[in-house]
Design a protein around this ligand. Structure first.
Ligand SMILES: [Zn+2]
Length: 87
């Protein structure tokens, strides 16, 4: 019985490809995102390298415009995760 088992933010595995935390379910990632109060544009997106892994990061600017395809979106998400996410 570990209290950490009920804490979604404790259930993550390091993604060496993105150099970023990866959550095992989209729900966990969303729960973690909720903790970032006041953080606009935080997005949950699937890891482009590892099946079944989800990352939380800043939503790429182009997403709101809907003018980019999903492949480019993933690329930008990885760039954002690698470059702007420091914690
Ligand atoms: Zn990843």
């Amino acid at each position: 019985m570990s209290p950490r088992a009920h804490n979604p933010s404790a259930r993550w595995t390091w993604c060496g490809r993105c150099e970023h935390r990866g959550y095992l379910t989209r729900g966990d990632a969303k729960a973690v995102r909720k903790r970032h109060h006041g953080e606009k544009g935080m997005a949950v997106f699937p890891c482009p390298h590892t099946e079944g892994l989800f990352h939380v990061g800043h939503r790429p600017d182009a997403l709101s415009s809907g003018e980019i395809d999903r492949g480019l979106l993933r690329h930008q998400a990885v760039q954002a995760a690698a470059g702007r996410w420091s914690s």
